[in-house]
Design a protein around this ligand. Structure first.
Ligand code: CUA
Length: 369
C-alpha cells in the first residue's frame, strides 16, 4: 500500500473520499503520518505554544479530581463488597441505617466547592479569551472557511495565503472568522483556541503565539464530505522572517513558474475535492481519461466532456474558456457525472485573481498526457 507522505495527504497520494471509504486504513495512516504535536511534560496535551496556560491548569485540575474520586469511590465500593459480603445464607444485614445527615452534608458541600473552583477558573479563562487586547486587535487577520479549505488575509498586506498562515512570535494576533457556506470551526490545539465559524456572522479569536514552529489548524466541526481534509498549517516565525512575507510566493513570470504557483494554489484551495491522478472524488479529477487537457502531438488541447447546461446534456471541449467559466461560475455547466451533486463555490476575482486563475490553468496543462 502506498502511504501518503504529508498531512493532509496530497490528493494524488491519497485521493478522495471514495478511496478512503474503500480503504479506511489509508485514512488512518494519513493522520498517523502527520507530524504529531510534541506533547507536554505529562504526555497529554500538545505542547503549549501560547499564553493560554490556564487551559492546561484547569484541564489537569479536572483530570486530577476525576482520578482521585474514581479511585476513592471504586476503592470504598470494592472494600465493602469484600468486607461485608454475605458469608452464610441467613446472615443478617450488617447495618440497617437509612440516613446519615453529616455524611450527606459532607458529600454535597465538598463537590460543590470543587465545582465552584472549576467554574471560577473557567470563567476567568473565558473572560481572558473573549476580551481582545488592543495589541491583538491591531494585528487582525481574516480566516475564511469554505468547503473545504482555509484562506488567510493579513493585516497591511494584500497577498492572501491558502492552507498555510504565518504569524509573528510573541505578537498577539486576532483572527476574524468568516464562513462562505456552512458551519466550520477554527481549532489550533497548541494555541488552546477553538471557535465555531458561523455563516453570516463574524466570530473572533485571539492568542499570543510564544513558540517558534509549525502547528496544526483543524476544522473541528463536521462540514461535509471532505471535512477531515480541511486543514491548514500555522507557521510561527521570527519578526525578521515575517518581514520577508514568506506567504508571498506567487510568480507568473514564466509558464513554468506560473504552473508552480498554480500548483500551490491547487494544494491550498482545490485539492480537497479535485484529484490530479484521474481518480474521481468529491469532484471531477483534473487528469486522466475524464480530465481537462490532453496532449495532441506537441500541443496541449482540451478534452471533450459531457456537461449539463440548463437541464440539457451536451458535449463541450474543456478548453481555457470553459475552465475559466467553471471556476468563476461553477453552476453554469455541470459535469454530467456530477450534475446532481455539484456544490462548488464560485471563485470570484476577490478570491482568485485573473493572474492566479491563469496560473492554475498553466498547472492544469502540466497534467496533460
Ligand atoms: Cu470545515 Cu469541517
Amino acid at each position: 500500500m502506498n502511504l501518503p507522505t504529508s498531512f493532509p495527504p496530497r490528493i494524488e497520494e491519497t485521493p478522495v473520499l471514495a478511496q478512503l471509504i474503500q480503504d479506511p486504513a489509508k485514512a488512518v495512516n494519513a493522520i498517523a503520518r502527520a507530524k504529531p504535536p510534541e506533547l507536554d511534560e505529562y504526555g497529554q496535551l500538545p505542547k503549549l505554544a501560547s499564553t493560554f496556560d490556564h487551559v492546561d491548569g484547569l484541564f489537569y485540575f479536572t483530570y486530577a479530581v476525576c482520578i482521585f474520586f474514581f479511585v476513592l469511590i471504586l476503592g470504598v465500593l470494592l472494600f465493602s463488597v469484600v468486607k461485608y459480603r454475605r458469608k452464610t445464607f441467613d446472615q443478617p444485614a450488617a447495618s440497617n441505617s437509612t440516613h446519615n445527615t453529616p455524611l450527606e452534608v459532607v458529600w454535597t458541600v465538598i463537590p460543590l466547592i470543587i465545582v465552584m473552583i472549576m467554574f471560577a477558573w473557567g470563567f476567568k479563562g473565558c473572560l481572558d479569551m473573549t476580551t481582545v487586547p488592543q495589541a491583538a486587535s491591531q494585528n487582525t487577520y481574516k480566516a475564511t472557511a469554505a468547503q473545504w479549505n482555509w484562506t488567510f488575509t493579513y493585516p497591511n498586506h494584500p497577498e492572501k495565503s491558502r492552507g498555510e498562515v504565518w504569524l509573528e512570535v510573541n505578537k498577539p494576533v486576532q483572527f476574524l472568522l468568516e464562513s462562505e457556506d456552512v458551519l466550520h470551526a477554527f481549532y489550533i490545539p497548541s494555541m488552546r483556541v477553538k471557535r465555531d465559524v458561523i455563516p453570516g456572522r463574524f466570530q473572533t479569536v485571539w492568542f499570543t503565539p510564544t513558540q517558534l514552529g509549525d502547528y496544526h489548524l483543524f476544522c473541528a466541526e463536521y462540514c461535509g464530505d471532505s471535512h477531515s481534509l480541511m486543514y491548514a498549517q500555522v507557521h510561527v516565525v521570527t519578526a525578521e522572517e515575517f518581514a520577508k512575507a514568506p506567504w508571498y510566493t506567487f510568480d507568473d513570470s514564466t509558464p513554468a513558474k506560473a504552473a508552480a504557483s498554480g500548483e500551490s494554489i491547487y494544494k491550498g484551495q482545490c485539492s480537497a475535492c479535485h484529484s490530479v491522478n484521474g481518480v474521481a472524488g468529491a469532484a471531477p479529477s483534473w487528469a486522466g481519461d475524464k480530465g481537462l487537457f490532453k496532449k495532441d502531438g506537441d500541443k496541449v488541447v482540451g478534452r471533450e466532456r459531457q456537461v449539463v447546461e440548463n437541464g440539457a446534456t451536451k458535449t463541450v471541449v474543456a478548453d481555457e474558456a470553459y475552465i475559466r467559466e467553471s471556476i468563476r461560475m461553477p453552476l453554469a455547466k455541470l459535469v454530467a457525472d456530477y450534475a446532481t451533486k455539484a456544490n462548488m463555490n464560485a471563485f470570484g476575482p476577490d478570491k482568485l485573481s485573473d493572474r492566479e486563475l491563469n496560473a492554475v490553468i498553466e498547472y492544469m496543462k502540466t497534467l496533460a498526457k
